[in-house]
Design a protein around this ligand. Structure first.
Ligand code: SAM
Length: 203
């Protein structure tokens, strides 16, 4: 399908980026839990990294993905910004300890575009990682998830994740799912916000 241009967003990724822009600023600490070819990471780096503040943690289970992301970021960031990015070649069920209390955690699920389609995120490890994210993100922080329903495991994974997220206590988290309801098997964007704790004044 070819799309014409639209005024604000055309895809779930445009929508995700619009929210990241609204939420992040220079100095933010962000995890890209599935860095793939590094396109999302590069965008996040532009929003968060200054010469002396911010940190971006790029995780991927595939060596090829880590290499692709590293190259893209190295070629497009200032040296001082690139020094504020770390690369982690392992599954997203573990986060680097320095990334605790981060502002935003991003997942773009599925398989590496142009890579091995048999290496794909799955319901069990994605759910484990999501549980970790809910703890790891700071109070007032966000999690952004792009989910793909166009392949078999993606559909199962998405439904599994949605079921789990529906059970979260609404006073602690808001969970919003954006679906393109007039497109066939379109990817969806899920945004989770973690509440700030009650302040002494608001009790
Ligand atoms: N954000 C990427 C970009 O901008 O190019 C695209 C990500 S791609 C849709 C999904 C990625 O998830 C793949 O690179 C794949 O290797 C990775 N992945 C699959 N299972 C994973 C796991 N358990 N932990 C971390 N990454 C995983």
């Amino acid at each position: 399908m070819t799309f014409k241009e639209f005024p604000i967003y055309r895809s779930h990724l445009d929508l995700a980026r619009a929210y990241w822009e609204k939420f992040l600023s220079k100095g933010s600490k962000v995890i890209d839990a599935t860095c793939g070819n590094g396109k999302d990471s590069l965008y996040l780096a532009g929003l968060t990294l200054s010469e002396d503040s911010g940190h971006l943690f790029c995780i991927d289970i595939q060596k090829q993905a880590i290499e692709n992301s590293k190259k893209l970021l190295k070629d497009n960031l200032l040296k001082s910004q690139f020094e504020r990015v770390s690369f982690h070649h392992h599954s997203f069920e573990i986060f680097p300890s320095e990334s605790f209390e981060c502002d935003l955690i991003v997942y773009n699920l599925g398989y590496l575009p142009g890579g091995d389609k048999s290496i794909v995120t799955n319901r069990t490890t994605s759910l484990k990682s999501l549980e970790l994210s809910l703890k790891w993100v700071k109070d007032g922080g966000m999690i952004s998830l792009s989910c793909y329903t166009g392949h078999e495991e993606g559909l199962i994974e998405t439904n599994f994740i949605l079921k789990y997220l529906e059970s979260l206590e609404p006073s602690n988290y808001t969970v919003c799912s954006y679906n393109f309801i007039n497109r066939n098997k379109a990817p969806l964007l899920i945004l989770i916000q973690k509440a700030f704790p009650k302040t002494a004044l608001s009790t």
